[in-house]
Design a protein around this ligand. Sequence first.
Ligand code: ADP
Ligand code: MG
Length: 245
Amino acid sequence: MEILKVSNLRKVYHTKNSEILALKDINFSINKGEIVSIVGPSGCGKSTILSILSGIVDKSFGSVIVKDNSNLSYMLQDDALLPFRTILDNCLIGLEIKSMLTEERKNYVLKLLKDYGLEDFIDKYPSSLSGGMRQRVALIRTLAVKPDILLLDEATSALDYQSKLLIEDDIYKIIKKEKITTIMVTHDISQAICMSDKIIVLSKRPAIVKKTYNVTLTGKSTPLKNRKCLEFNKYFDMIWGDLDE
Ligand code: ADP
Ligand code: MG
């Protein structure tokens, strides 16, 4: 069932002296429960798409249809945890700002923190966490508002390779278990293949959708294991080829 449809999306940025056509004509749709990756060369307009979906940036033309009053929540590249707030208080900040903080929602956040290995850090401060743990906290903060659609922008790009592989598994388990439709932007082809149901490949700027892949892996499991699937390299080579041109 379709939850989001983007049609003929166009974005022109106006700066003091010039105009930059970032998105030329973007079309795609997302089904409920899907994890979809958007990949493309640096500067092609990936983050612009998420910014438009989340309402931070205005589109120049086209339509974005979100079905069933679904709400979107955006997790930015930088985890942006506040150093002077505890882990719990960092996770509650979105709810506070939106005046949505209830006992029930607070309990949901506490449950997520416990379920995903952060129980001992609830009253600690961000400085005592590893990079991977900070990303998990940032994800839980984003999930606190119970979004129907999660937007992730380069969620692992600030992490070292090993932490990245671990947090990929963590993020995947959380969004699958909580059944959250996810649109993630990444420049990392491997990450897109091992985490997604569908991959949208953008051209270089001004972006159009160059190709769309449904990812079918034999014995599909968690991201770390998916990297060992038979078809993994085939997808990698195809997408690498798309980006090359
Ligand atoms: P990506 O996330 O794929 O690296 P972005 O969506 O961040 O790309 O940017 C796409 C293009 O739009 C880039 O050329 C970038 O310089 C330009 N751009 C992004 N944001 C702005 C802005 N606020 N004002 C002007 N140009 C922008
Ligand atoms: Mg970006």
